[in-house]
Design a protein around this ligand. Sequence first.
Ligand code: ZN
Length: 147
Amino acid sequence: MTRGSVDQIYRDQVILDHCRNPRNQGIVKFPDITGDAVNPFCGDEIHIQIRLGLDDLISEISFQGEGCAINIASGSLLSDYIKGMSILQAKDELVRFTNHMRNTDSGIDDLDESLGELSVISQVKKFPVRIKCALLAWSALDDGLAN
Ligand code: ZN
């Protein structure tokens, strides 16, 4: 890979910060929803626990991730992003973000404003082989919401 490669992503301050200090690491006791995803190809793993509060809003979320920096950062960003959302909203965001990441024809900035901090993950679209790493957390969420 040439310069201006995937290393750029690892140097991104937001990614670095979420990778070194992942958010929402405290285990949720008695979760209402649990989801898991594994990518045997690169050894990434992610496990999500969610506890619902009033009106089925996501009141607590935690995750455990192993593997590459993009996977950990993505899990951390996801957990911050969907906290406080309803299950329905989280499902909508899951579809929206997954489509956004898989649609490599569209620009990397097309959704940035509405994604907030999560938009940094859009950079991964430039490296299609790593998109799976970025989406593994969302697969875990999908797994949890499907049950
Ligand atoms: Zn990975």
